[in-house]
Design a protein around this ligand. Structure first.
Ligand code: FES
Length: 123
């Protein structure tokens, strides 16, 4: 008799709520998929550790901010802690939406739940 298929969007406990403090991350593997779980200024997000450009492990990249729209010659820094840069070619992604800042491609995001002090990722 064949094994039952795993359900989609099954939730997996990945950490305690206090384990991933603001500005930190935890790398986990769920069903063979590498996933970065980040605390982005208090909001927990989970991103597939695959860059949509050339498949680099994007979740090990630097987290920082970016320059904001501004007048010519003016440089305004903002969104600190919300932007991750891919370690291979430096593409920057908005961690809250997955959207690349300079291309139409996006990082794959997973739903996250925090329930009674435990962080769950739905895969
Ligand atoms: S593989 Fe991520 S920017 Fe190229």
């Amino acid at each position: 008799m064949p094994e039952p298929r795993s359900r989609k969007n099954e939730r997996h406990a990945v950490a305690t709520e206090g384990e991933i403090g603001p500005g930190t991350r935890k790398m986990v593997t769920i069903n063979g998929r590498s996933i970065g779980v980040f605390n982005v200024n208090g909001q927990i997000v989970a991103l597939l550790n695959v860059c949509p450009h050339e498949l680099a492990p994007v979740c090990v990249g630097n987290v920082s901010g970016t320059t904001l729209p501004s007048a010519p010659g003016e440089y305004i820094w903002g969104r600190e802690g919300e932007i991750i840069a891919c370690p291979w070619h430096g593409w920057e992604f908005d961690m809250l939406t997955g959207q690349c800042l300079t291309d139409h491609r996006k990082l794959h995001r997973f739903a996250v739940e925090v329930d009674q002090g435990t962080v769950y990722v739905k895969v």
